[in-house]
Write a protein that binds this ligand. Structure first.
Ligand SMILES: C[S@@+](CC[C@H](N)C(=O)[O-])C[C@H]1O[C@@H](n2cnc3c(N)ncnc32)[C@H](O)[C@@H]1O
Length: 209
């Protein structure tokens, strides 16, 4: 799987290189979900654990899943809570990594690598308790229209551009509604110094009670 291999190659530098999208999504997630608490959370595509500690502070149990062994290794190095379980799995396969229903599923900068939103959102719906939340924080599609893509520099100085799919705002909305979700809130997040395109899109959906 090329995307997993690319993240394996990016993992050791992911936290330290400048990355405005990574940082702004972290701010956005904390703003969107900061008032909530949960029994159980599924962090889908946890990467190096940028948001894991936030969930640890707000949940009794956090399952953090990623298909990149090297990204997971970075996360495990950082997050030492007994509340967290890390598992290596591909979100595009059956969600056999689950052993419980959850109150929140988060996708931070993950869905751009996943072509089929409808299967993912159906799995999410079936995994959530009634009243549960689905959060997504993604590179804004307007940025993608302008050519932005996840990319990093390898140790040898080569720029590697990852495989990404453009999901329009309506794609997220329609796939979630089709799966049964209600849209609770939608926000667009801009760089401090930018007056043009929003960088990050966040949406909170909810499974009806
Ligand atoms: C840009 S990183 C984001 C990591 C973290 N959520 C954050 O906000 O910093 C995307 C992560 O999604 C993971 N990912 C992408 N597609 C995936 C899939 N199909 N199954 C599991 N993990 C996936 C990658 O391995 C990578 O760690």
């Amino acid at each position: 799987m090329q995307v997993a291999e690319d993240y394996n190659a990016w993992a050791s530098a992911y936290d330290t290189v400048m990355n405005k999208t990574r940082d702004l999504e972290g701010v956005a997630l904390r703003d969107m979900l900061g008032a909530l608490s949960f029994r159980s959370v599924l962090e889908a595509g946890c990467g190096t654990g940028k948001n894991t500690s936030f969930f640890v502070d707000r949940a009794e149990h956090v399952l953090s899943v990623d298909f990149s062994a090297a990204m997971l290794a970075q996360a495990k190095e950082k997050i030492k809570s007994e509340k967290v379980e890390f598992k290596q799995a591909d979100l595009m396969h059956a969600w056999t990594f689950l052993d419980r229903q959850v109150d929140l599923i988060s996708f931070s900068l993950v869905l751009e690598h996943i072509p089929d939103l409808s299967t993912i959102f159906k799995n999410a719906y079936n995994t959530l308790n009634p009243g549960g939340y689905l959060y997504l924080g993604e590179l804004h599609p307007f940025k993608q229209y302008a050519g932005s893509k996840a990319r990093f520099e390898t140790a040898s100085g080569e720029t590697r551009v990852l495989d990404c799919f453009t999901h329009h705002v309506s794609d997220y909305f329609n796939a979630a509604v089709k799966a049964g979700f209600i849209c609770e809130s939608l926000q667009e997040w801009f760089d401090d110094d930018a007056v043009h395109l929003p960088r990050v899109l966040t949406i909170v959906f909810r499974k009806p009670k």
